[in-house]
Design a binder for this molecule. Structure first.
Ligand code: SF4
Length: 562
């Protein structure tokens, strides 16, 4: 059945001296974390075995020539639950399976015969032809589902394998792709949603994002990473740069001028770590090269023994930034990097909601769907609205928002009204503005609780019961500990779990509470994670009243200026 187009196993670097990492095991011997650069090429777990057996990029040919014709039941399980991800395809959760059974059912019992399909939009940039294409695919093939994710992608659901080749054809005709939208790969590159139009932007790094995706997405030498690799490249610090494996943040060097500050090793999930600065300044024309060096370090030195330790953050934590920089300079770039200053960082995340002026005199309008939920119908309406007002560009944000660019000043109010008419609010309540939710139990096989619908209930409750705030309180709902909606960095972070209902004694859907996180706070030296309050949990049913109480308590007790 195999249709090989890429050699199995990938091009590998020659083993390097065993002094470079590798934790000591019994007798002082390197324990071996499965690092290729140390000569550990034998797969140490089934995921690594699957990737070595057949480069996951080869699955596309099988989808096109076999599975799309023979249907879901013909799919090899190793492809279905592994290699399909390299093209943005995950089986979605079978409806009706409660969160209590997530951990105990076999994968095939959890699988529905439909897929989630993640469409890359690197930098969050879409033109109207692309937006219309996604919307049309959503309505025709995805039961009108289209969620805006906190990584600037759009995810469709209810996709049948039979329709995937046709969907790829339509996406690729407008320059879109699902390649490496998931899997152990270079995932979508985050960028400022207002790159190229921002009044305060000094350098637009879109060319670096474009070059990276053109050169390296689908590159077989980077298609077998230890795990996913997340990137952010932005002049403005308006992406969650601390939560990426590698981030480039705009900074002006006193001698060399505008360039980028390099951060490595961020990631949330179950062992959250913020990215750390390497203390180097990278000019725009070197961003791609430096990015390539960092991702190769991850490929070669990243831990492959345990999936739970296979993110770059663990290597950075073990090595420290000085050693990471040395390896990057000496083994990959073959030159020294320039020391650089720290960038100015905001005290709170920048979401671009509302009406704002662009550098060219036009305006952009940022609007909030409810917790990222959208639809093909809504996206078509946005495209129609933008076109009526002379715009050809929209952007997605890493806060699950949508922005229409290039609006004449005289048209901005009409665009605000038009967005409101289709359910997108450019002047949302602070609750609607600052609430995010991951996919949750509706479609995600790892989920323990519902998230999107809970977020909608919560926002509606708070809008009705709590006075409009003069400060945004971010609330991030997550269906499990994986923190796809960044549990640890919200003012109120919610981690889905089963909790005991005091009244009935039953285990029911609920959340563990993390209070007081917040990305984008490094400028105030406050960057950090919400405190996980031991034992502080709420049932999902009690969540609205809980958040209402916390907010009222905060409002009553906050100090002047807080
Ligand atoms: Fe799924 Fe958990 Fe991620 Fe939510 S946080 S999308 S439930 S894996």
């Amino acid at each position: 059945m195999t249709v090989n187009t890429v050699p199995a196993g990938n091009a590998a670097p020659a083993p390097r001296p065993a002094s470079r990492g590798g934790r000591a095991g019994a007798g002082g011997r390197p324990r071996g974390e499965g690092q290729w650069a140390l000569g550990h090429r034998e797969p140490l777990n089934p995921n690594e075995r699957s990737k070595k057996d057949d480069n996951p990029l080869n699955v596309r040919a099988r989808i096109e020539t076999i599975y799309a014709h023979r249907g879901f039941d013909s799919i090899d399980p190793a492809d279905l639950r592994g290699r399909f991800r390299w093209f943005g395809l995950y089986t979605q959760r079978r409806p009706g399976i409660d969160g209590g059974r997530t951990a105990i059912l076999e994968p095939e019992e959890l699988d529905d015969k439909y897929f989630m399909l993640r469409i890359r939009s690197d930098g969050g940039q879409l033109n109207l032809a692309q937006l219309r294409t996604i919307a049309s695919i959503s309505t025709r093939f995805g039961r009108d589902t289209a969620d805006i994710t906190d990584r600037q992608n759009i995810q469709l659901h209810w996709i049948r394998v039979e329709d995937v080749p046709q969907i790829w054809q339509e996406l690729e005709a407008v320059g879109l792709s699902t390649t490496e939208a998931c899997g152990d790969t270079p995932r979508v590159v985050l960028g400022s949603p207002i790159a190229g139009v921002a009044e305060s932007e000094v350098l637009d790094p879109t060319e670096a994002i474009t070059e990276i995706t053109a050169k390296f997405v689908g590159d077989p030498t980077l298609s077998n990473l230890p795990r996913k690799f997340k990137t952010s490249i932005s002049w403005l610090p308006d992406t969650p740069y601390e939560a990426n494996d590698v981030s480039f943040v705009g900074v002006i060097h006193p001698e060399h001028g505008p360039g980028f500050d390099l951060w490595v090793g961020g990631g949330l999930s179950t062992n959250p770590m913020l990215a750390q600065r390497l203390g180097v300044w990278v000019p725009l024309h070197e961003v791609v090269d430096v990015w390539h060096g960092v991702i190769q370090i991850f490929r070669d030195y990243g831990y492959r023994r345990l999936r739970t330790r296979a993110r770059l953050k663990f290597l950075v934590a073990d090595w420290g930034v000085a050693k990471f920089r040395e390896i990057l300079e000496t083994e990959y770039l073959k030159r020294a990097l320039i020391d650089g200053p720290s960038p100015d960082l905001p005290e709170k995340p920048i979401d671009h909601i509302g009406v704002h002026k662009q550098w060219d005199g036009k305006y952009f309008v940022g609007a909030a769907p409810l917790a990222g939920r959208s639809s093909g119908t809504q996206l078509t309406a946005v495209a129609d609205l933008a076109e009526r007002h002379g715009s050809d560009r929209v952007r997605l944000t890493p806060y699950q928002k949508l922005i229409v660019l290039d609006i004449a000043e005289a048209d901005t109010e009409a665009v605000v009204r038009g967005l409101r008419d289709v359910g997108l609010e450019a002047r949302p309540s602070s609750w609607r503005r600052s609430t995010m939710a991951c996919t949750g139990i509706e479609f995600c096989k790892l989920a323990i609780v519902e998230t999107k619908a809970r977020a909608a209930e919560l926002v509606e409750h708070l809008e009705a019961k709590v006075a409009e705030l003069d400060a945004d309180i971010s609330i991030h709902l997550n269906g499990c500990p994986n923190a796809c909606a960044r549990t640890q960095v919200a003012d109120i972070g919610l981690k889905g779990m089963l909790v005991r209902d005091d009244a009935s004694g039953d285990m029911v859907e609920g959340f563990q509470i993390h209070l007081g996180g917040g990305l984008g706070m490094a400028a105030g030296q406050n960057a950090g994670f919400g405190r996980k309050l031991r034992g502080l949990k709420t049932t999902a049913a009690e969540l609205p009243a809980y958040v209402e109480r916390v907010t009222n308590h905060y409002l009553a007790g906050r100090s002047s200026g807080e």
